[in-house]
Design a protein around this ligand. Sequence first.
Ligand code: ADP
Length: 623
Amino acid sequence: MKTYLRILSYVKPYKKHLAASIMCTIIFALLNGASIYLTIPLLSTLFQEDQKSKPAGTEQVESNIDDSISQSILPDWAQSAIDNVSDSVNDFLFEGSDNEILLKICILILLAFLGKNLFGYLQAYFLAYVEQGVIKDIRNQAYNHLHKLPMSFFKGEKTGNLISRITNDVTVVQASVSAVFLNLIREPLTIIVFLGIAISISFKLTLFSLVILPFSIGIIVWIGLKLRKQSALLQAKMSDITTVLHETITGVKIVKAFGMESYENKKFADQTKKFFRLILKMVRIRNAASPITEFLSVIVGVIIIYYGGQLVLTEQSIKASEFLGFLFAIFQLMPPIKELGTLNNRIQESSAAGDRIFEILDIHPSIKDVPNAKSINDFNDKIEFNKLSFHYSDSDETILDDINFTAYKGQIIALVGSSGAGKTTLSDMIPRFYDPTEGEILLDGINIKNIKLTDLRKLMGIVTQETVLFNESVRQNIAYGLGDFPEEKIIEASKAANAHNFILELPNGYDTVIGEKGTKISGGQRQRISIARAILKNPPIMILDEATSALDNESEVLVQEAIERLMSDRTTFVVAHRLSTIRNADRILVLEKGKIVQDGKHDELLNDDKGIYRRLYELQFRD
Ligand code: ADP
């Protein structure tokens, strides 16, 4: 329930639309009632009943019991108000010849239906406005929040899961908004209006119907709930099938290499078989639902008709036209009651979806500005790593162990070591993607935790192994985060990154949208675009994770040149794989199991026969 109220709190900005929707709903319900109510005088005229002596709705000849009960539940003033309205409506309607009366009633019915549909439309529109507004706001909030979350969150969560929360779960939440406003406002109103009509025609008959109606409605609601449950199961099964499919497609090489085709086929067939069974079950329920519902309604209808028919024929306590009007009204009661029966279920569903979304929104970012964080806009001297240790929050394994070193402005610091040694983790600490578990990093003597996060990151350029390009133009990709940048600067940076020439050859040059059909950009070209991006930002500190992926010789040379230009006149931390980068480094830190085991320049380290560096060098940089 708490989740549900929280979802509802998002409706606040849409108060006006909500109010408009409620107003329209009220008018809709009243006109809906009127459209049914008008059938009584219509039928009465057609049946040539004596209207004037027995005006519809204000029974003088109703049985005594009926009269006394209906009077006892309504206060006198209300009863007389109803009588007055009915009297004047009847006076107006039943004046003139039969044909005139018929025409008047037809016009009124037309107007009632016109109004009802118009307000029904407006009501639905305003409600959709509120619903979609809420969805938009929740989605935006969740998306904005994602940007505040620490890197660790993205490593732990599966991307698909995250995307599904922001797209699918939010949509399920939408259902709950409509559930409330339709079910808690429109349906009760409809029930009140039609119940009012039924009571005004015959209290006794209404009471009788209310005794037998719940029985059939109960069964109908039960079937509805069962169907809902089945469809939820079905969705879960479908996602199992998608998972198998996804695994196979991404792992197709392995499946082929290990000759596991028939095993995978069987796995898939198992899943589709389960789905098949489930869907058949659902088909059975669904197809049984409507005949059962219809038959139950007919049973109820027949009982009411038999009982009411006797009132008409024998007791003559109500007129035939009123009885038919009564039947229309009582059957209009069924759908809203049915809807209300599934209300709780819908709230449960949307709360579950809401929980999944709020779970993300409730994660408080661990990496954020401290109060009174310092503003800086320059890097002048050095970065010190003091007794820095680190483990990821989801495990106790020490990833970095007592790291101590100082990087001076203008130096190239290469981080080398075998895979898993902690190089990437160490470089991730500098822009505070992670905070050290122990120890500190000082930038010009200030603990980076006390520096404004945006200021800190502004000082740094980052080129990662996987080059991330967005589905925008090449120009926008290069000037990412820099706003409108002068054309010549962009070209200058591209030239420095050896990217200018191939960009000019793209279909629309700098305006080519990356990812659009026909735009073929190789791995090496992508890297150069991302290097151009870093050169354009021109930060004093560069963090570089050299790509290990094999490039062809020409690309390799071009990328290498670009990287060298990128590093010049900057303080660079580089997770190094390339010989030339390492040779040029002012200082090489060799990491092993999170510790710095060797520290020096290339030639010094190479001379240590027993050192890890020598071994790594021989392994990796032989050729
Ligand atoms: P390198 O860059 O030297 O290959 P990394 O810094 O990527 O090494 O990883 C160091 C160790 O930390 C590895 O054992 C790796 O499994 C572990 N690791 C990396 N990222 C995470 C994470 N998000 N959660 C838990 N462990 C991680």
